[in-house]
Ligand binder design. Structure first.
Ligand code: NAP
Length: 867
């Protein structure tokens, strides 16, 4: 700490908030030798756990995971009493840590930060306190929590109420006496659901004003036994690693099954088991498609509704308590006797959807139906989440731009930790980070550790400032929204979406890709010399490691595709060429999640044709004969199967109203060239010959495939032309392999890092071909064919970030030159394989729809010509 001429106090860092974030930040900064001051508005430390002391307040993350993990000593010296700790115990833990680390001396309590302004000249932050004093700091770090700005709704007459009035998030220190009182509570989120059963036990009468009924499952809270405590302490290093790599910051098994894979009876059993086990995410973790498809989500929603119906005795009350939104897409809620409380005589439920509140009067709450007289009114109405606490600080960055103005048209952050125009400012668990979707202490520690590494880097490079680049924050913000859009999260009104605050912009406010992948992304940014940040020293750009070129190119990568790549990295998918073909095939099954949920097709028939070629036949609803697409999956002739293309085949069958015959041709190296093309050609001949038996019109057969499957489709088109049929009306080539060569510009640009790599492609070819000579055979490398005339019209789709981009486009050009009608589309921001990832990548779905509409048009034209 220093003072300048004007007697302003200077610190290296000012931290706002003395909750879990501020305390750990203080500890790390002080340990590293920085001068630091923490300002806390409350009369004591604890943050959320200081303010949220309403009856029943407790943690919804198991207490054994809800503590700092950075210190073995702290872990060993503290023991939780129950599975879900109560507020006062958590607050005691916070005091224990603060005392142990001697943190209090650097914390100033009862001190509200009223504004913070970045001074460009001095490159320092000026922080103003409630008593008008000013503090100067190089780094401004917010640890204000995501849920600290209470939301008191703007209800007519709210100030006229003459009884006692409380908000759960600003609960008084003294005990509130509910005995024999007429109590009303507005709100049935996590806070309301925790408070209602406890208040009901004491109150004369409790009236619950409910706007949206909620899903909630029992916490099954219990004292922690000594064996659990011993095991947790003993294995904490391993547990910690699992927490760090997990989705939500608590150890959890990966979801590998989807709801459609189990019968309704089996699903019921699985849900029952999760219900009995308890835990915030237990039900959500049962099946992978619950957060993604409405149909899957409905199955678990219905299960919880059936539980509510069983618990609540009065059918009318039970009906009012039935939630309708998607399960788990608002914050899940644990409860202790919540639904049971409605069986008490002294509790009544008012459904605000049918009888909304008209006003609050001197004596109670008036709805459109009647007035409820009350002595005490409790607001459990939540928070202006994530952005609210930051905007309350009145932060002003460069060029006089306030954070409020900057975010008026949408929140923009880079990694949820910084925002462009606000140099040297860090937001611990800021918006667009996993924060509220995780065990927040894990996320806090990760952010604080990352900030400390960053400060060390800045010191090492004698840097004065670090600031996020606008284009990177644009990309990050888009990615956060894109990930939420892959799920039902963005299709649900919740405070994650800003939907609980009148006039707040609707956008998804957190990073939903998981704690583990997020950590990896942040670490990668740091490893690439803080990619996406500008680091300056005396207004000179600090030389970093020259990653800029790569960064700019990646900025064009679709955020959903980028996310898939990051997920695969986190999953630890090894490079294909390091595996045996058998191992590579078993990895392929991991990719099925990217396809999303299969849609229903009227008939799906698995059979074997011509003695030994398995096929899957998709026949749409309606009367045949239908046109047909014979489809070959990708996988470098070495991997891949019917399942990997099941989702796109279903969609094409429905959208193009055609039969799709998906072919499981023989794979290399067991069956080298030309086994795959023999099977591919046999299959198309079989469809033409036995068309009637599968409701196909033999005059309207198309072929298609992706990657190596696209190669087979080109070759089958040539073989049909050269060997007397059958007649093919369209070839659909999705990023096809067309040449045994590895030196095109797209091979150079995309050699590594974009799903299909150059070494993998070489590995595929080596398994496929018998010898070099095969490589120049036009049935292996159709780009080398002398004559491409008289081939069926082609749709060629390529991807910008794909080694095969240029050879696919070169083939399209050669077809055009040979007089073949060709439609070509390059999906600029896409990676190889995106068409079978429609569940994860929106443009994959778009490309499949393009295939279907091209086919539909061709099939219509051919039918018209035939007529
Ligand atoms: P919340 O989930 O936002 O719930 C607020 C409740 O108030 C909702 O039922 C909402 O109805 C209702 N409400 C808001 N404005 C209203 C109005 N004008 N009229 C009638 N009803 C109105 O807030 P919360 O319960 O405080 O929980 C917020 C978050 O804090 C939780 O999701 C959780 O992350 C955290 N929390 C955690 C714990 C824990 O166990 N550790 C405990 C409490 C809170 P609508 O749904 O219709 O908007």
């Amino acid at each position: 700490m220093t003072s300048d001429r004007q007697n302003l106090v200077h610190y290296d860092a000012v931290v706002v908030g003395a909750g879990f974030s501020g305390l750990y930040m203080l500890h790390r900064l002080r340990d590293a030798g920085y001068s630091v001051r923490v300002y806390e508005a409350a009369p004591d430390i604890g943050g959320t756990w200081y303010f949220n002391r309403y009856p029943g307040a407790r943690c919804d993350i198991e207490s054994i995971y809800y503590n700092y993990t950075f210190s073995e000593e702290l872990l060993n010296e503290w023991t939780w009493s129950s599975k879900y700790a109560e507020q006062h115990e958590i607050l005691r833990y916070i005091h224990f840590v603060a005392d142990k680390l001697n943190l209090r001396e650097d914390i100033q309590l009862n001190t509200k930060v009223t504004s913070a302004r970045y001074d460009e000249k001095s490159q320092k932050w000026e922080i103003e306190l409630e008593n008008s004093s000013k503090i100067i700091a190089k780094y401004f770090i917010t640890g204000v929590g995501a849920l600290s700005a209470s939301n008191i709704p703007n209800i007519k007459g709210i100030d006229s109420f003459q009884g006692d009035f409380y908000h759960t998030g600003e609960w008084p220190q003294k005990k509130v006496d509910f005995k024999n009182k007429r109590v009303g509570i507005i709100g049935t989120g996590s806070s309301g659901i925790q408070a209602i059963p406890v208040i009901a036990q004491e109150a004369g009468h409790l009236t619950v004003f409910q706007r949206t009924p909620q899903y909630s499952s029992p916490a099954h809270n219990k004292p922690l036994d000594s064996e659990t405590i011993r095991k947790t302490k003993e294995n904490f290093k391993k547990i910690r690693q699992e927490m760090y790599a997990s989705m939500h910051g608590i150890p959890s098994a990966a979801r590998t099954r989807s709801t459609v894979q189990d019968s309704p009876e089996e699903r019921q059993r699985v849900y029952e088991e999760a219900w009995q086990e308890g835990g915030l995410f237990s039900l959500l973790y049962t099946y992978s498609d619950i957060p993604i498809t409405p149909e899957a989500n409905k199955t678990v929603a219905e299960f919880v509704r059936s539980k509510i119906k069983k618990i609540v005795h009065d059918p009318e009350t039970a009906e009012k308590l039935m939630p309708e939104h998607y399960y788990g897409m608002k914050r899940p809620i644990l409860n202790t006797n919540y639904f049971e409380t409605y069986n008490r005589q002294n509790v009544s439920l008012v459904d605000l959807r049918s009888t909304p509140i008209k006003e609050i009067t001197k004596t109670g709450v008036r709805t459109t139906e009647q007035e409820y007289e009350l002595d005490i009114l409790v607001f459990a109405t939540g928070f202006d989440a994530l952005t609210g606490p930051l905007l309350k600080l009145n932060i002003e960055g460069k060029d006089g731009i306030t954070l409020k103005n900057k975010w008026a048209n949408g929140v923009r952050t880079y990694l949820g930790i910084s925002t462009a125009g606000f140099p040297n400012m860090f937001m611990i668990t800021g918006p667009q980070s996993p924060s509220v979707l995780s065990n927040v202490i894990v996320s806090i520690e990760q952010h604080v550790d990352w900030i400390m590494d960053c400060l060390e880097y800045l010191n090492k490079h004698n840097a004065d400032t670090i600031e996020a680049n606008p284009e990177f924050e644009q990309m990050w913000s888009q990615q956060c929204q894109a990930i939420a859009d892959m799920t039902l999260l963005s299709k649900t009104d919740s405070w994650y979406m800003g939907a609980n605050i009148e006039g707040k912009r609707r956008e998804f406010l957190a990073f939903a890709g998981g704690v583990g992948p997020y950590r990896q992304i942040c670490d990668d940014v740091a490893a690439k010399s803080y990619e996406g940040f500008t680091i300056l020293s005396d207004s000179q750009k600090v030389e970093t490691d020259g990653n800029e070129k790569i960064m700019n190119r990646d900025a064009n990568l679709d955020p959903q595709a980028k996310f898939v790549l990051e997920q695969l990295k986190v999953l630890g998918v090894p490079p294909m060429e390091t595996l045996s073909p058998q191992e590579a095939r078993s990895w392929t099954s991991n990719f099925s999640l990217l396809a999303g949920a299969p849609e229903k097709v009227e008939h799906v028939i698995n059979r074997t044709i011509d003695g030994n070629i398995p096929v899957r036949i998709y026949i749409p609803d309606g009367d045949g004969p239908f046109p047909a697409l014979v489809y070959y999956h990708g996988g470098g002739w070495v991997i891949g199967d019917l399942d990997i293309v099941d989702v796109p085949c279903r969609r094409i069958a429905n959208q193009a109203n055609c039969v799709v015959v998906s072919v499981d041709y023989r794979l290399a190296p067991e069956h080298k060239f030309p086994a795959a093309i023999e099977d591919a050609y046999t299959a198309v001949k079989w469809v033409a010959t036995y068309a009637d038996s599968i409701q196909v019109d033999s005059n309207r057969i198309a072929v298609g495939g992706d990657s190596a499957g696209g190669n087979l489709a080109t070759v089958v088109s040539m073989m049909a032309r050269d060997k007397g049929g059958p007649s093919i009306v369209q070839q659909v080539l999705l990023y096809p392999v067309t040449n045994h060569g590895f030196d095109t510009k797209s091979y150079v640009e995309n050699a590594d890092g974009y799903f299909l790599t150059r070494p993998t492609m070489i590995w595929f070819w080596n398994h496929y071909l018998r010898d070099e000579q095969d490589g120049i055979n036009p049935y292996a490398s159709p780009l080398l064919a002398d004559d491409l005339s008289h081939l069926p019209p082609a749709l060629v789709i390529t991807a910008g970030f794909d080694p095969l981009r240029d050879e696919g486009e070169a083939y399209a050009e050669r077809l055009k030159t040979a007089g073949v009608p060709v439609e070509t589309t390059r999906y600029d921001s896409m990676i190889h394989g995106f068409c079978w990832m429609p569940g994860a990548i929106e443009q994959g779905k778009r490309a499949i729809d393009q295939v279907a509409s091209t086919l539909k048009r061709t099939f219509e034209t051919v039918r018209t010509e035939t007529l």
